[in-house]
Design a protein around this ligand. Structure first.
Ligand code: SAM
Length: 249
C-alpha cells in the first residue's frame, strides 16, 4: 500500500530487528535512509534482496527537494520505507519533517516499531518508569547545558538524556551541580553490544567515575526524579501569614 513506513533498526546488535520490519524493507518500492551504506549492510546481513530498487539518502536537513522527491513517490502510489541510522526514526534522529509532510498530504504514515535506546535504557536502569522525560542531547556549552538541566530539574519523572562519551563526564558534573549530587542516576553504555555496561550510583559518584575512567561508546544517562519538596517551618509560617493577610483585607 502506498505511504510512508518508518522502520526501526537495531541499536547495536544486527538481529534486533522485527520480522515485520524486514518484510517492509523487502517489499517497499523505495527505501530511504539517513545512512544509505548502513541500510545496504543491514539488508545484506538479513538476506533482503534490494533488486533494482533505489536506496535514497534522506535526513531532515536534506531540504525541501529531497522531501518532495519522496512525497512524489508516494503520490505515484509507491510505498516508501524510511530508516534512520540506528533505532527508531525521529527519536533524536531525522524523520520529523518527513512525517509532517506526509501527514499534511493525507498519506498513510505508519511504522514497524522496534529498538530505541531510551526504552532499552529505562528497562535496565532500575529507576521508576511510570513517568519519564526524554531530554535528548544537551547543548555543548556549559552555560547552555546548565540552563537546560535547570529547566527539567523538577519534572515529576525519571530524566533520560542522550550523551556523547566525550562530554559525559562534564554533563554528569553539571547535572550534579544543578540537580544535587545525591540524586540516583544510571549511565547505560553500549546497550545490546558486547561491552554493554550499566553504572549505577549518585550523580556525584557517576561524575567522579566518568572523570577517572572516561567511558567509551554510546551512552544514555538517566536521573531519578526530584524528591517532593518538604517546606521548612519558616516557609510554612510565611505562607500562613500571607493567607491570613489576604483574608483580613
Ligand atoms: N534513534 C535512536 C534511538 O531510537 O535510540 C537514537 C539516535 S541518536 C543520534 C544516538 C544516541 O542514542 C547515542 O549518542 C546515544 O546517546 C544513544 N544510543 C544509541 N544507541 C545506543 C546504545 N546501543 N547504547 C547506549 N546509547 C545508545
Amino acid at each position: 500500500q502506498a505511504g510512508l513506513y518508518f522502520v526501526a533498526t537495531p541499536i547495536g546488535t544486527a538481529r534486533d530487528i522485527t520480522l515485520r520490519a524486514l518484510d517492509i524493507l523487502a517489499s517497499a518500492d523505495v527505501i530511504a535512509a539517513e545512512d544509505t551504506r548502513s541500510m545496504k549492510r543491514l539488508l545484506e546481513i538479513h538476506g533482503v534482496p534490494l533488486g533494482d530498487r533505489p536506496v535514497l539518502s534522506y535526513h531532515d536537513h536534506s531540504g525541501e527537494k529531497a522531501r518532495a522527491k519522496l512525497m512524489a513517490h508516494i503520490a505515484d502510489g509507491r510505498s516508501v520505507a524510511y530508516a534512520s541510522e540506528a533505532g527508531t526514526p525521529l527519536i533524536a534522529d531525522p524523520g520529523y519533517h518527513l512525517s509532517r509532510a506526509a501527514a499534511e498530504e493525507g498519506y498513510l504514515v505508519t511504522s514497524a516499531p522496534g529498538p530505541s535506546a531510551i526504552i532499552t535504557a529505562l528497562s535496565l536502569a532500575g529507576l521508576p518508569t511510570d513517568a519519564f522525560f526524554f531530554a535528548g542531547f544537551l547543548p555543548n556549552t556549559r552555560k547552555a547545558r546548565m540552563t537546560s538541566i535547570e529547566a527539567v530539574a523538577d519534572v515529576p519523572g525519571t530524566l533520560v538524556f542522550y550523551e556523547s562519551p566525550k562530554r559525559v563526564a562534564a554533563m554528569l558534573a553539571d547535572a550534579a551541580d544543578v540537580l544535587g549530587g545525591q540524586r540516583q542516576a544510571v549511565m547505560a553504555r553500549e546497550l545490546t553490544k558486547k561491552f554493554e555496561e550499566l553504572r549505577r550510583g549518585t550523580l556525584d559518584e557517576l561524575a567522579q567515575g566518568a572523570a577517572e575512567v572516561p567511558p567509551k561508546g554510546e551512552i544514555v544517562v538517566l536521573v531519578e526524579k526530584a524528591k517532593a519538596k518538604v517546606a521548612s517551618p519558616e516557609e510554612i509560617e510565611a505562607a500562613l501569614r500571607g493567607a491570613l493577610e489576604t483574608q483580613s483585607v
